[in-house]
Design a protein around this ligand. Structure first.
Ligand SMILES: [Zn+2]
Length: 236
């Protein structure tokens, strides 16, 4: 099992770890700060190295309980320990976008009774899909943008904690965001709560306060059928 350091500290930029396995350009570590991708958030990039050995991490993924780091070059199989360093600018951008998506999700539920059906973030843009019964016009999108920016500017703390599965299943916000879809073998649910607005089961990395996000700016909206709407945005 790889200890996933980012779950407890999203702001960890550098770490040291023991090598568990090396196979070609792929390295498994006993602990990592690299997010392996998932939940709409892309995998981190950065570097792994020791002494004269240094490689770029071009991708990462989970395999069972292990975090596999994909390098641009193979490193010697004799290496026992490595120092990892994230491409922090990229990761921090993903954190800001991820928190923005949760705020947007909370606003769309609170003000429009609409549920999110999917979301995806990149370091420079994001999009969200939801089931929205009303008309999908520019003024509605403008209103969503305004309300989201208002909620972001309220400097709401973003809290991350764990709940026992049974506790989580009693929380109406978590039910709404489909905590019941988390596989039954998972007994402890990681919760990301944007104070007073949105509570979700989530494995991603977030900023500590919504004021770190800044403002969203809509860059496009699409209607993909009567109920399925999409909103695309950038942060500024
Ligand atoms: Zn999320």
């Amino acid at each position: 099992m790889t200890e996933e350091l980012f779950l407890r500290d999203a702001y960890l930029k550098e770490f040291e770890a023991r090598v568990v396995d090396v196979s070609g350009r792929e390295v498994v570590l006993d602990r990592t700060a690299f997010y392996p991708g998932g939940g709409g958030q892309p995998a981190d990039k950065g570097t792994l190295g020791v002494g004269p050995i240094n490689a770029s991490v071009v991708d990462a993924r989970r395999e069972g309980g292990r975090a596999v780091h994909v390098l641009d070059n193979a490193i010697p199989e004799t290496v026992r320990e490595l120092k990892g360093s994230l491409d922090w600018e990229r990761r921090y951008a993903c954190m800001r976008y991820h928190t923005a998506l949760h705020v947007l999700s909370g606003v769309i539920w609170r003000n429009f009774d609409a549920k999110v059906t999917g979301g995806q973030m990149r370091p420079d843009r994001a999009r969200m899909d939801f089931s929205f019964p009303g008309e999908w016009a520019a003024d509605v999108v403008g209103e969503i943008e305004r309300l989201t920016n208002e909620a972001l500017a309220q400097a709401r703390p973003v809290k991350v904690y764990e709940l026992e599965r049974e506790e989580a299943l009693k929380n109406p916000d978590l039910i709404r965001t489909q905590v019941n879809l988390v596989p039954e073998r998972v007994k402890t649910i990681r919760v990301v709560e944007i104070e007073g607005l949105d509570t979700q089961a989530d494995g991603g990395t977030h900023v500590a306060n919504t004021e770190e996000v800044g403002e969203i700016e809509s860059t496009g909206h699409k209607s993909k059928g009567r109920q399925h709407k999409r909103l695309e945005f950038v942060l500024r």
